[in-house]
Structure formats: structure tokens, C-alpha cells
Design a protein around this ligand. Structure first.
Ligand code: XIL
Length: 380
């Protein structure tokens, strides 16, 4: 008697479990773990948002983003070429929408970026006199940082001021204002937006030479008595080659300066290229051999990507007392900038969600990193 009812019940339960775990693995269902919840006691989890996502025109992103992320960075719309297209003319439409989006979904906004040599409006490059350039620089920071004071959580005040060897990049800012422009930018931002966290942000600044330059730059700002709260390591890395040792050393060294450390533009690309880093002006010629995974990612690469993400999050958790945020540079693979850079028209797979907004094996490995960390803490 007992046996007869027990067997079907057990079967029904196992079917249910299989169905549930299946749905967890294969769809962005409500029972899918949430990154922001899983890491809530560790660090904030952010994503870059494009204009369509900010305006909630992308229905799947509109559901997934508030479910998974508690911070967001505008991918492009707060850059000078968009927000300050002409001398004295500002276009705040999308930036204002981003602030509203953040309020609506309880997502903090990380402003990106006040001073950067790329994606500058054409007029800024054409300014001849040093005085006019300084006026542009000052007005830009005062106006943009001032408008969002009290509304925005943080600013990348200066982006990518360094060369790979740690010297100052020969940008229009350096040419016109000398290497004090970085300190000046922080001074102006601190005055215009007193309660906003202020960061220096760069790619490859986990690499020893560039890191040394970055530390020197930060010390200079600090020595001038000017506030700087954190350093962003962009984190554009390559599958199978994530520089874990350099990253760990950088977390320790930057944090020893009294700064918050964050990973601001994380993605791990899987396609070939012949240089490191993320200089948006550096490009490679298109060639079919550079686009090998148009019809899908081979399992071996998928597994390596998952392993890399797991190792990274193991490291982030180990140093969670020093790390305040991890931001992915995009919501899903189909929207990643790495489909268009440094080679146009490729099919890349650098993020945790696939083109259908489904969590990838890497997503589950990131969640596993947290479970392993929690178990180690409990002494398992
Ligand atoms: C990229 C955007 O993702 C692209 O859409 C745009 O065409 C170029 O810039 N470092 C940065 C980011 O600080 O602003 C860059 O974003 C990627 C590299």
C-alpha cells in the first residue's frame, strides 16, 4: 500500500526538481539567482546601459536589468560628444532620463565620464588658445557635474590619462594644460558635486608599469589636498589570459592609498586580436579568420570563459573589503561593444547573459564562487 503511493510521489517530486533546475539553467525566469542579491554584502553589481535600455525600449533588458543590477553606467550618453556637442550647448535629455531610470528602479548611477580624450566633440579639438581650452574644461565640469550633484552616485572624473608605460598620454588635455589637468579636474568636480564619489578610471592599470604611473598620478592629486575616492580598473580582458596576479597586486596597492577599488567595465572577450587593452581609437582590419564563432561558441571556449569568470569572482570575494563595485560593460552578448571593436561586425561572447538574455555557464560559475566563498567562511 505504502509503496504504491510512495513511488509516484517520488517520481512527481523528481520531475518537479528536474523541471525547476532545468528552468533555472535555460531561461531568465524569476527564480534565476540575482547577482545584486547574491553579492549584496560584498560589492555593488553594475552594468553599462545604452540609450535604448535607458529609455526602456528594449523590453527584455527592462526586466533583466532591475532584477540583476543595483548600479548602472551610461555606456555613451554622458560622454562629452553627446552631452556637450557645441561650445556652450549641452544636451541633457538622455542623461536626465538615466537619472530618472535610476530613481525608478533603485539603481545608483555611475557617471562616465567628465574628462576623456576620446569621444570629445569636434569643437573641443579645434580650440586653439590655451585660455579658451581652459574655459571649455572648467565649464564642462562645472555644468555637467553641477547639474547632477546630489543625483548621481559617482563620476569617473578622468578616464585613460596614461600610456602603457605609465607616462602621461599625449592627449589634447596634456598638450593644452600640462599634467596638472588631472588634479584640476578633480578639484573642479569636488567643488561642483561635493557628495559624489570621484574616481580615476583606466584600462590595463592592473599592469605593473601602468599601475605605477597610476599610483604616481593618484598620489599627486592627494598631495595637492584634492579629493579622490577611488580607482576604476576597467577590466577588458581576454579569455584564458585574465591577469589574476596583477589584478590582486593592484587591488592591494590601490587600496593601500586609501582608495576604493572597483572594476568598472568588465568583459572577457573570446575573439582573436593582436594587441591588449581598450583604446577605442585602435582598430584592426576585418577578416573572416578574426570572426570564428558566428554560429555559436564552442563548448571548450564556453567552459574556459566560465572558469575565468569564476576565478575572477573568487579573487573579488577574497578582497571584498577593498572592492566596492563590479560593473559589466553591457547587459548581454549581443549588445556588447566588442561585436564592433576593434574589428567591425564580429560575433563576440564576453558577458554573463547570451543574446536571448539567458544566463550562460559563466553566470552560474559566478554564483558558485559566492557559494564556495560562503562555505569556506563556515569552515566547510
Ligand atoms: C565604448 C562604448 O562601449 C562604445 O559603444 C563606443 O563606441 C566606444 O566606447 N573604455 C571606456 C568606455 O572607458 O567608455 C568605452 O566604451 C570602452 C573602453
Amino acid at each position: 500500500m505504502i509503496r504504491k503511493t510512495f513511488v509516484p510521489v517520488v517520481c512527481a517530486i523528481s520531475l518537479l526538481v528536474a523541471a525547476c533546475s532545468g528552468s533555472q539553467k535555460n531561461s531568465a525566469s524569476p527564480d534565476m539567482p540575482s547577482l545584486k542579491t547574491v553579492f549584496k554584502d560584498d560589492f555593488a553589481i553594475g552594468t553599462a546601459l545604452n540609450a535604448e535600455q535607458i529609455e526602456e525600449k528594449d523590453p527584455k533588458a527592462a526586466v533583466l536589468v532591475p532584477q540583476q543590477f543595483n548600479m548602472a553606467t551610461p555606456e555613451n550618453i554622458m560622454k562629452a560628444e553627446v552631452i556637450h556637442p557645441q561650445w556652450g550647448t549641452y544636451n541633457f535629455d538622455l542623461a536626465d532620463k538615466m537619472i530618472e531610470y535610476g530613481k525608478k528602479h533603485n539603481i545608483k548611477i555611475n557617471g562616465h565620464t567628465l574628462i576623456w580624450h576620446s569621444q570629445l566633440p569636434a569643437f573641443a579639438r579645434q580650440i586653439q588658445s590655451v585660455d579658451s581650452f581652459k574655459t571649455f574644461f572648467t565649464d564642462h565640469i562645472n555644468t555637467v557635474a553641477g547639474r547632477y550633484s546630489g543625483k548621481i552616485f559617482s563620476w569617473d572624473v578622468v578616464n585613460e590619462a596614461l600610456n602603457e608605460d605609465g607616462t602621461m598620454r599625449k592627449s589634447v588635455f596634456l598638450n593644452k594644460m600640462g599634467d596638472n589637468f588631472v588634479t584640476e579636474a578633480f578639484r573642479l568636480a569636488a567643488a561642483a558635486s561635493p557628495n559624489t564619489e570621484l574616481y580615476y578610471n583606466d584600462y590595463n592599470n592592473e599592469q605593473p608599469a601602468k599601475r605605477a604611473g597610476c599610483i604616481a598620478l593618484i598620489k599627486k592629486v592627494q598631495a595637492a589636498g584634492v579629493r579622490i575616492d577611488g580607482v576604476g580598473i576597467q577590466g577588458h580582458w581576454h579569455v584564458g589570459k585574465v591577469p589574476l596576479k596583477d589584478i590582486e597586486e593592484s587591488i592591494l596597492q590601490y587600496s593601500a592609498l586609501g582608495l576604493k577599488v572597483m572594476f568598472t567595465e568588465l568583459d572577457i572577450e573570446v575573439l582573436p586580436r593582436n594587441f591588449q587593452g581598450a583604446d577605442v581609437n585602435q582598430r584592426m582590419k576585418s577578416d573572416p579568420s578574426l570572426n570564428p564563432y558566428v554560429n555559436g561558441l564552442p563548448d571548450s571556449v564556453q567552459q574556459q570563459l566560465a572558469k575565468d569568470y569564476q576565478a575572477l569572482f573568487n579573487l573579488f570575494l577574497k578582497h571584498k573589503d577593498k572592492i566596492t563595485r563590479v560593473t559589466f560593460w553591457g547587459v548581454n552578448d549581443g549588445q556588447s561593444w566588442l561585436n564592433g571593436w576593434p574589428v567591425r561586425g564580429r560575433t563576440n561572447y564576453p558577458l554573463l547573459f547570451d543574446r536571448q538574455f539567458m544566463p550562460k555557464p559563466a553566470f552560474y560559475k559566478v554564483i558558485e564562487a559566492k557559494k564556495d566563498f560562503a562555505n569556506t567562511k563556515k569552515g566547510f
